[in-house]
Design a protein around this ligand. Structure first.
Ligand code: AMP
Length: 416
């Protein structure tokens, strides 16, 4: 397999799938350029190695050509960050002349791939009441057209780099299918390499003891990850709203806390599986409860097994945090997914903040700490701890699927 560090880019045109799906305000200004900055090392590596760049990405979820989702809005920032002018192909299917004229050091950005339904390979504009036959025919038609789409994109370049971890769980034209045109000239970019290494450090051969912290609202959305992690974990800390489904399954009284009554059996089975696998579970035994779902609610500390009627558990209490702190300080590998309280409200952010602080402390002592998937990423970033943990994943859905043990199409396409 080729790697970006050893590949000879001299005189080569590299088509690079990046994730430039950045938020824009109503004036089409970028409000957070993190994703663009993340791709810069990969893009600069090609340029400094004597190659030229054809950059492709999606932006938003357009259902056709839409001004709001044009990648032209971000060209200025890309040019600024790369330190070179960038050209733009305003139709990603009509870039032949521009691509073939590219000289080493030059950069061409293709317009939003998702202006074409072929990128995702899903039919558009089907009536809701379309018959199964019509749907099937439309699907077959778009899959056929998709082949031409992929072929055209591939025709622009000599090599392919996938650096879009955020879409690595999708088998789209630019994220997976195109790779087959470059059997000996395909590779991961640095973002992808970093994410893959981080996942392997947890799921592959982690340094023990391994602790996972799983939070968030619902156990149903995390159950596959929880069970997969039982294979590698010594300890699992469970916090957030999902705790109450476990507590109720154990016969507890959860007041008006969030609770999935249809998942009680699943929660009980999960606790039993943990025991069978020798994984020690640390539920949030004590909670800060509120009399309403509001930052200014009245609060009291109580046992998560015995929450009074009309009260709801909103955060882990100090005693629980002390127990968790001890477990985490004894751990060498830690994965964190999901806030352990309603961190969006300052009154109930303490537990989540404390977890971020502890992860920073143990990272400084040499533990490997990965924060991956959804709201925990937002929490560490917002709380200013993103650079104090070992790795913060950039891909929400992709990271969750990787942690569930699935092989991501974007990774498979490069490896096979
Ligand atoms: P998830 O996307 O599943 O990781 O869930 C994240 C959400 O869970 C956040 O919006 C939190 O506010 C929410 N959450 C965490 N703890 C609780 C709780 N005790 N009660 C209700 N929601 C919670």
């Amino acid at each position: 397999m080729q790697t970006i560090d050893t590949y000879d880019f001299r005189g080569k045109k590299a088509i690079v799938r990046v994730d430039f799906n950045v938020p824009l305000n109503e004036k089409f200004e970028i409000t957070d350029d993190t994703r663009i900055r993340a791709a810069v090392p990969t893009l600069k590596k090609v340029l400094s190695g004597g190659g030229s760049l054809i950059i492709m990405s999606h932006l938003g979820r357009p259902k056709g050509v839409t001004e709001k989702y044009s990648l032209k809005h971000i060209l200025g920032r890309v040019s600024e960050l790369l330190g070179v002018p960038v050209q733009f192909a305003d139709d990603c299917m009509k870039a032949d002349a521009q691509a073939s004229a590219l000289k080493p050091g030059e950069v061409l950005v293709l317009e939003n791939l998702r202006f074409y339904a072929e990128e995702e390979g899903k039919p558009r504009g089907l009536a809701d009441d379309a018959s199964e036959d019509v749907k099937k025919a439309a699907k077959a038609e778009i899959k056929e057209k998709q082949k031409e789409f992929v072929k055209k994109l591939a025709s622009y370049a000599d090599c392919y780099i996938n650096d879009a971890f955020g879409t690595a769980h999708r088998a789209h034209a630019s994220t997976a299918l195109i790779a087959s045109y470059f059997p000996n000239d395909k590779m991961f970019g640095y973002v992808m390499e970093g994410e893959i290494k981080a996942i392997e450090k947890v799921l592959g051969n982690p340094v023990k003891p391994v602790t996972a912290i799983i939070g968030g609202a619902k156990v149903s959305s995390k159950i596959t990850i929880i069970e997969k992690l039982f294979d590698v974990c010594d300890n699992m800390i469970i916090g957030g709203g999902m705790v109450f489904t476990f507590m109720k399954a154990k016969g507890g009284k959860t007041g008006s806390s969030i609770c999935e009554d249809d998942q009680l059996q699943l929660a009980a089975d999960t606790l039993r599986k943990a025991e069978e696998k020798g994984v020690k579970i640390y539920l949030s035994e004590g909670v800060v409860a509120a009399d309403k779902f509001d930052n200014n609610a009245n609060v009291k500390v109580c046992s998560a097994m015995n929450i009074p009627d009309g009260w709801m558990g909103m955060d882990a209490d100090d005693e629980t945090l002390k127990v968790w702190e001890k477990v985490l300080h004894e751990s060498k590998t830690v994965l964190w997914n999901g806030p352990v309280g309603v961190f969006e409200m300052p009154a109930f952010a303490k537990g989540t903040l404390r977890i971020a602080e502890i992860l920073a402390e143990i990272t400084a002592k040499g533990a490997f700490t990965l924060v991956g998937g959804g709201d925990s990423v937002a929490a560490v970033t917002q709380m200013g701890f993103a650079d104090k943990v070992s790795y913060v994943s950039t891909g929400g859905g992709a990271m969750l699927e990787a942690l569930e043990g699935k092989e991501l199409p974007g990774i498979k396409a490069i490896r096979e």
